[in-house]
Design a protein around this ligand. Sequence first.
Ligand code: ATP
Ligand code: MG
Length: 354
Amino acid sequence: MNKKIVLLPGDGIGPEVIQSAQAVLEAISEEFKHTFTFETHSIGGNAIDEYDTPLPDETTKACHQADAVLLGAVGGPKWDQNPSHLRPEKGLLGIRKALDLFANLRPIQGFDNLLHASPLKEEVVKGSDLLIVRELTGGLYFGTPSERRNNGQSVVDTLAYDRSEIERIVEKAFESAQIRRKHLTSVDKANVLESSKLWREVVEEKKANYPEVTVEHMLVDNAAMKLITDPKHFDVIVTENMFGDILSDEASVLTGSLGMLPSASMRSDDFGLYEPVHGSAPDIAGLGIANPLAMILSTALMLRHSFHLENEAVLVEKAVEDVLDRKFHTADLSVINGQKVGTEKMTNLVVDYI
Ligand code: ATP
Ligand code: MG
């Protein structure tokens, strides 16, 4: 298989973990006889320094021509005082918008050797493995900007969804459920919100197309509780933008570390941008100690969701699991009686397994 991958290293530890991702993908292409070509472009703070914009046109153009995009992280204290159009985060929001990435996929899995780092009881977390599918370009965060009324004492935010916007995210979630354990939980607040009633209607209509998938509806308050009392209940969760934002941060405590969480932002045609959930970690940038596993697990998502290379994706995930089982860990992870390694060594261990 021939694929063109754009790398957007960004700022802070971004370039370090992107290097790890590339090394892992090179190992995969060698093992499975694929041809992956890589092209690197600027985004975020470094793009501001070099091009005076967080998202140069040539970066957007290159992404449009790629089969998938890997992004490290953007931002850092150097640009914190910049005016709003020259903020690194504008680059990230801009590229998501430009590429129409409406589906945010966040898999959350408890790795056995890290379970003790979660504040939740081990027996609750152990074996949990779920995927949150969050709508990313609609809802409250994109409603008509509100104006203050009543001398500034009243304000309105708008939660609007078109049927077509709900349909495409719900379809994405059903497709994801089909290649997992085939259980879909649609999270809403249909006892109160009109948008949630339409959401439920669409889920009910779509389920006929996916007969193997079992579907349940759950109110968001109940889902928030169940996520940390009984996470094993869930396989795939699909929900609107704000509920997904809140639930996915809540769910991240199941794993015990920010350095382990990958994410995918996708549109309908399998094109996607893959990035770790963590940020640029400016406090450890350049020290060679960043945990590359979230970025490496993001490449597994790319292989699975954009390229449909399930065996290759599973091998990357197995490699990560194996390294953790052998108690190797980076400084951000606490592993009892483990062996601490840096970014490069951790990457090499994963590559060696592959
Ligand atoms: P940003 O604004 O880009 O999110 P931040 O200052 O909030 O940057 P984060 O990247 O969110 O920093 O990280 C929060 C904390 O977690 C930092 O102390 C950072 O060092 C640590 N951290 C985040 N990612 C990693 C990683 N991959 N490996 C090791 N430590 C990490
Ligand atoms: Mg942060």
